[in-house]
Write a protein that binds this ligand. Sequence first.
Ligand code: NAD
Ligand code: MN
Length: 795
Amino acid sequence: MRGQDLSIAKEFKEMGYGEALESDAAALEWLEKNKRKFGHFIDGKFTKPSNTFKTTNPANGKFLAEISKGNLSDIKLAVTSAVAAQKRWSSLNSHERAKYLYALARVIQKNSRLLAVLETLENGKSIRETRDIDIPLVVRHFYHHAGWAEILHEEFKDYEPVGVAGQIIPWNFPLLMLSWKIAPALAAGNSVILKPAETTSLTAIYFAKLCEMIGLPKGVVNIVTGDGETGEHLISQDKIGKIAFTGSTEVGKRIRKKTAGKGKKLTLELGGKSPFIIFDDADIDSAVEGLVDAIWLNQGEVCCAGSRLLVQESISEKVKRKIVARMKKLRVGNPLDKSVDMGAIINQSQLKKIGQMVSESEKEGAKVFQTNIKCDAKGCFYPPTLITDTEPSMEIVREEVFGPVLVFLTFRTPNEAVEIANNTQYGLAASIWTENINLALDMAPKIKAGVIWINSSNMFDAAVGFGGYRESGYGREGGKEGIFEYLKPKGHNSPKKVNRFKESRKVKTLDQTADSSIDQTRKFYIGGKQVRPDGGYSSKLIDKNGNFVTEVGLGNRKDIRDAVESANLSSSWSTTTSHNRSQVMYYLAENLSKRKAEFCAKLELFVEPKDAEIEVNLAIERLFYYAAWTDKLDGAVHQAPIRANTLAINEPLGVIGAISSESEPFLSFITILGLALSQGNRVIIIPSRANPLACLDFYQVIDTSDVPGGVVNIISGSPGELGKVLSEHLGVDAIWHFGSKKYFSEVESLSISNLKQTYVSDGESMDWSNTQSPVLKELLRRSVQVKNIWIPYGE
Ligand code: NAD
Ligand code: MN
């Protein structure tokens, strides 16, 4: 009696947690039933396991199953199946497709516990997370997209499916990333071939089984397991219309390069080093709880982890104390234990990488604080880690760790916080903590990131777009924004019936004459000024009757560099009000219409007078058209089923480098200029090679229309050469190429220098004259990037 009393008293005093293990019996039983060996899911059937590799539990090193590594013939089989299936799938009506997505949501929900356990067994993340976060979000994703399938024909009238989507996902949120890829693709009428990460294939295989169970038509979903080599086979398939990738920036760039010029749509969701900013007026306890979520959720193996903490100097010691106290309470251990906060790292090599980055920082003079953890020695565990006394140049401050490692930095003023936050090549997410809503909403647009969480962190929902700026990738997943990524405008690149301006292509130029009569040369327009070609080279422009018209400058690398510098300096164009921008654009349109006769005459040198007039009239109309859109390309308010609204705002891309079209040279030039100006971008345009005269002289209209210097820059010359320089320049944020197809591959390859968004399209087959063309609308959408700002309300 007395003894029992004592032990209760002791337990009470220690208040320790007992182990509360979730049963893994059902998951193991399923593995056994399949003899722990799995093939691919292709054309609605599982293939015989072959060429297998082992998958293990990172929390204890135990063998789980053998998985097949897909080779080229597996991928080809999947492509054949997916191509055939897509035709049938897209011919179903919206409601039919929606029913299948709905059935998937239901069946995942019914199997949610087993899926949560299986995910924990293979990934090492805690059962608390797989059960309460991953799987519920997966279910939500399928329900949400069942809805998009239902209303697709109504909401995306001018669009059609891309066809077959090839999808490659990482290991950090295996089933959640699968749902982010598969649900929107199917809703938009595509079929898919998905390759899970080599370390986490089991829940994808179980998902395939669920597809079979609900009778999803064969070939609509194909799962091919394997590693990077399997992934390479997948991205190399010509019949795949779109690649969606989530993973490291390194592999993302490689995929961009490998698919360059192939005409595939591409979305990349890559790494990050996201800032978590705490101001001195923040609710510090809430901020610290938010921080725990930001960096220690999923062992910090989160692309949008708040891994760079920025604390206002006056509260930095206090915040540090609270973080350390909180870190000591984090429970690390067996991920199947329901009271464990942090489970195991994915594998030994990731564990080693984390350890190396931390010890390297220590060698460089940083201070490392870690809590003591007692875990299974055979498991890949790493303690929660706080790193202070850092320098901005240290690798640990700049590079993604993808582990439970937080870097501690301080700042004094909001401007300094913005500067530090943006001092990275990444731009995935940011958290801002302050009780001052004005400050929060002032910061949000200044931070270059695709997702901003105000007084919150790591909030996700199927209705809200997710994705990065800069080298965190491009494209959005989730919500309406995400559906666009699986569609293309109808009639895209289908050749025009009539090419009214084909004449202009016959025009000849004589190249590379180091000319003595340099003063006759048409100059460039850079930084709001007329500038001579740096190299002093020009070419002769010859009209339709073979007569000499003028010398045209041949731009070089230095000219482009100067233009990019000017464009970067004129950033106030991006932040001025849309009303101001539209006023300037209306002014441009008006001034061009006043000088209509003059511009017609310039074009008449190269085309028939009738065609010249049509083109100038359309150009005037086009300027009015995009001026009208300036303050109307509204974002959205997403209403997620959580206590938060999300402002999805359209922000400019920044500096666009554009190669104009050879057909309809003036109209295409004006279209690009109008598109760029409308949404606050700055632009460097290379006009048509054969017929640049009206474009080069358009500077006169710009000069009289209050367009700030540097916002529009015009440089003539070789589209191949100048396009190349623009594509690799780090100061250019996006590249649009409407020149010859032969440059597409190089342009897209070189774009990986800073992961520019690219839009390449054969300008000669585009219908520039038709304002109703879905391609011109699509370009408007592509002239912005969506930033989602989460604003929580209530408690
Ligand atoms: P990874 O980019 O190599 O792998 C992601 C996926 O791409 C996997 O399915 C992989 O098999 C596949 N893949 C790899 N090489 C490929 C290739 N050449 N062609 C096509 N597919 C290929 O990532 P990883 O090796 O698993 O992790 C390395 C680092 O990447 C991590 O330390 C972390 O920094 C980062 N990472 C980021 C995310 C994210 O969500 N942003 C996710 C996982 C890893
Ligand atoms: Mn890798």
